[in-house]
Design a protein around this ligand. Structure first.
Ligand code: NDP
Ligand code: GDR
Length: 353
């Protein structure tokens, strides 16, 4: 592709963990980045605030638009107005346990939302002839109960409303590629974490607790199934793969993983160990964190992807744990300073995730 003006990317989910890293990457590559944000009663742009410049400033290259994957007319208007070259669909109700509480909403946003976006792109492309490349944030959760290692040829066996919605979105993406010749890729990403991970996902829940326990702000950490195994990578590495997928000659699907798996117990052991604590003294099991159906063991086979994309993860498991623990230890120290100065700090979360 040759472009005289900057390439334009449109992201759903720009306020999430991956959206923030992908925005950094795209800005560094010279893109103009447009993100869809949901209206909320309090600001929800914390992860991208450091990238924001007022749109009146000449060098502003990140622009935010109100929207929602549940609102197809809004998606159509935004695509028409922005005229993106690349669309990254990262938006989702992305919490597996919450998807059991909000199954229908998850199906609507995570599943149907994908179809709404794809249809908006198809219509725009047919009318204008403007080519748009599409990335779908597919998930290793689609493999669910399938035996490890899981790769592109492993049949899906989803184990939650979230995973079922992602399978639907996966096939809509494939079908738009096959039926309409859309350049559309599914990135089947295994778990990826970072200091920007939401605080109710298990790795961040652990590292937040490690920091708070270390500085004396918390006594116990309540978790669910410690034996679940996951293939954990770093989100910063994984967004590079997303971008690479849209730079190839032909569209296809990919698996992104490290090829190593650890249990939740091992993650806790390493994270507490980094600050000289023994997790067994602090971690308690609370059955409310068990899931109606569990995904026991995810281990990615990303060999083919590595070969085709030339992508390889840069961050080891130990480096990931270290970066998250260091970050959250500093955060806990800051919290403690504020508390000592008389401020009220509440740990976020509603306690069943
Ligand atoms: P996050 O939960 O951190 O972010 C989700 C994003 O989706 C947020 O920006 C959120 O906005 C937005 N969103 C939620 N509901 C809607 C809606 N109705 N309309 C528009 N946007 C909405 O997820 P991650 O960054 O971790 O993951 C990015 C994507 O990749 C998700 O689709 C996830 O399911 C998928 N995925 C993630 C993996 C991981 O390990 N992280 C692995 C495989 C796939 P708000 O801030 O307003 O809530
Ligand atoms: P996951 O991530 O379900 O794999 O989905 P999560 O971190 O929520 O759970 C991983 C494993 O840890 C077990 N677990 C707990 N999980 C949470 N959240 N809280 C706990 O207290 C707890 N105790 C044990 C879980 O049972 C599970 O086995 C993530 C999301 O980012 C999805 O959007 C994404 O698609 C997949 O990763 C790949």
């Amino acid at each position: 592709m040759t472009h005289t003006s900057p390439r334009k990317a449109l992201l759903t989910g720009i306020t999430g963990q991956d959206g923030s890293y992908l925005t950094e990457l795209l800005l560094a590559k010279g893109y103009e980045v447009h993100g869809i944000i949901r209206r909320a009663s309090s600001f929800n742009t914390e992860r991208i605030d450091h990238l924001y410049k007022d749109s009146h400033e000449e060098d502003a290259r990140m622009f935010l638009h109100y929207g929602d994957l549940a609102d197809s007319s809004n998606l159509r208007v935004l695509i028409e107005r922005i005229r993106p070259d690349e669309v990254y669909n990262l938006g989702a109700q992305s919490h597996v346990k919450v998807s059991y509480d909000q199954a229908e909403y998850t199906a609507d946003v995570t599943g149907l939302g994908t179809l709404r976006l794809l249809e908006a792109i198809r219509d725009y492309r047919e009318r204008t002839g403007h080519e748009v490349r599409y990335y779908q944030a597919s998930s290793s959760e689609m493999f669910g109960a399938a035996k490890p290692p899981q790769g592109l040829h492993t049949p899906f066996h989803p184990r939650s409303p979230y995973a079922v919605a992602k399978v639907y979105a996966f096939w809509q993406t494939v079908n738009h590629r096959e039926a309409y010749d859309l350049y559309a890729c599914n990135g089947i990403l295994f778990n990826h974490e970072s200091p920007r991970r939401g605080e109710t996902f298990v790795t961040r829940k652990i590292t937040r607790a490690v920091g708070r326990i270390k500085v004396g702000l918390q006594k116990k950490l309540y978790l669910g199934n410690l034996e679940a195994r996951r293939d954990w990578g770093h989100a910063r590495d994984y967004v590079e793969a997303m971008w690479l997928m849209l730079q190839q000659d032909t569209p296809r699907d990919y698996c992104i993983a490290t090829g190593e798996a650890y249990s939740v117990r091992e993650f806790a052991e390493r994270a507490f160990g980094r600050v000289g604590l023994d997790y067994r003294d602090y971690v308690e099991i609370d059955p409310r964190y068990f899931r109606p159906a569990e995904v026991d063991y995810l281990l990615g086979d990303a060999e083919e992807t590595r070969r085709v994309l030339g992508w390889t993860p840069r961050t080891s498991f130990d480096q990931l744990v270290e970066e998250m623990v260091e970050h959250d230890l500093e955060l806990a120290r800051q919290e403690k300073t504020l508390i000592n100065a008389g401020h009220q700090i509440a740990l976020r979360g509603i306690g069943n995730q």
